[in-house]
Design a protein around this ligand. Structure first.
Ligand SMILES: *Cc1c(COP(=O)(O)O)cnc(C)c1O
Length: 369
């Protein structure tokens, strides 16, 4: 994005905070456990090239991605370590990722054969197990042919298998204990019934939620995304890493009784000064925020009125003594002593922060601070 373009809606990426969150996360690692920085979804909306640069500075050895485009950007950022794909790839994807040295997940004979048939494929692969009940793409050992399939995959790929992984579906202590037990028993079966040896593979299952939980789990490294972006545990010092902002483009006074926005859902109960703000649902200020959202202007929390338009919203600024066109409006983040925090925005959006970050980051120009 050329720097002489004026933006009236943008998201700020707080790179120092990503670096801080990463350092904090590393300090939470149990002894001997390693860290895999998860950079999928364009680094949760933060821009994968920029976050990969931070990851390189911290000498992180493994990153997690999903698409080939992400793998390429990580290599272009100068990352020399292991790139792990966090889902099963299609045959074309696998072939297309050889040059970027992506380690693939294998959970079926089909994928194992695809990899075996690619003579130029020399990276290690990871056997993905459905231990915790995600049932996305992990191999289910307890299914009728599960054990047989597992043995055949190991027979075919042998010591090209460098990892065995699963993904736990819940961070609640009880649920995590159960899926960890399940994973351990699957691992026991694999090490007793195939040629794979515990000391020859990395076992990995942890994510941000298990890193901050008190349940000890079987994992050689933690694949963490959320925690890098300050989504969890503010009490430990993790801070949000993106702020969504826009500018006021116009200020008008309308008389009591005026209706606001599409379908006239809102009627002014007093003469009101309203500010028109340069973002709408196209920027990820979702239509379902209607009736329950506030923004910060001059450090003050003010209500958004009426249905959300594609590129604008309207806020009631009657109670702010001085407001001007080009004033900065904070949709998420801090302004003066005011703040709209993760809890508040998650309630407003009725979803989780990772979902919101990913959307904002893709729908707005990113400004790196
Ligand atoms: C997204 C993902 C992670 C990271 O999860 P966070 O909760 O964001 O830390 C880890 N492992 C897999 C397989 C994933 O898909």
């Amino acid at each position: 994005m050329s720097s002489d373009v004026i933006h009236t809606a943008w998201c700020e990426i707080l790179t120092d905070r990503i670096a801080n969150n990463l350092s904090l996360a590393l300090s939470l690692l149990p002894e001997h456990a390693e860290f895999c920085a998860v950079l999928k979804a364009d680094a949760y909306g933060h821009g994968i090239a920029e976050v990969a640069a931070i990851v390189c500075e911290h000498r992180i050895k493994t990153v997690g991605i999903t698409s080939n485009a992400e793998a390429r950007l990580v290599r272009e950022a100068g990352f020399e370590g292991t790139i792990l794909r966090l889902r099963t790839a299609t045959p074309s994807e696998i072939a297309g990722a050889v040059a970027d040295r992506v380690q693939e997940q294998v959970s079926s004979l089909y994928t194992a054969e695809v990899i075996d048939s690619l003579t130029e494929h020399s990276e290690g692969v990871h056997l993905a197990i459905n231990a915790g009940g995600m049932s996305r793409d992990g191999l289910e050992l307890n299914e009728r042919d599960g054990h047989d399939t597992c043995q055949r995959i190991v027979d075919l790929l042998g010591d090209r298998i460098v990892g065995i992984c699963t993904h736990h579906p819940s961070g609640s202590e009880q649920d995590l204990q159960l899926s960890d037990q399940h994973f351990r028993s699957d691992l026991n079966w694999i090490f007793s019934n195939t040629a794979l040896k515990r000391e020859q593979v990395n076992v990995h299952a942890g994510s941000s939620l298990s890193l901050i939980s008190s349940t000890p789990i079987e994992t050689d490294f933690y694949r963490c995304g959320a925690i890098l972006y300050g989504i969890l545990k503010p009490e430990l010092g993790f801070e949000h890493t993106m702020q969504l902002k826009a500018q006021i483009t116009n200020i008008t006074t309308y008389p009591q009784g005026s209706t606001i926005g599409y379908d006239r859902t809102t009627t002014l109960t007093r003469d009101s000064r309203v500010a028109n703000i340069a973002l709408g649902y196209a920027n990820g200020f979702r239509r379902n925020y209607f009736g329950r959202s506030h923004v910060l202007i001059r450090g003050q929390l003010v209500p958004v009125l009426g249905k959300v338009s594609m590129n604008t919203i309207v806020a009631d600024v009657t109670d702010i003594p001085v407001v001007e066109v080009e004033d900065e409006v904070v949709i998420f983040g801090h302004q003066g002593t005011g703040k709209i925090d993760i809890k508040r925005i998650e309630m407003q959006a009725d979803t989780i922060m990772a979902d919101i970050y990913a959307e904002w980051g893709q729908r707005n120009p990113r400004v790196y601070i």
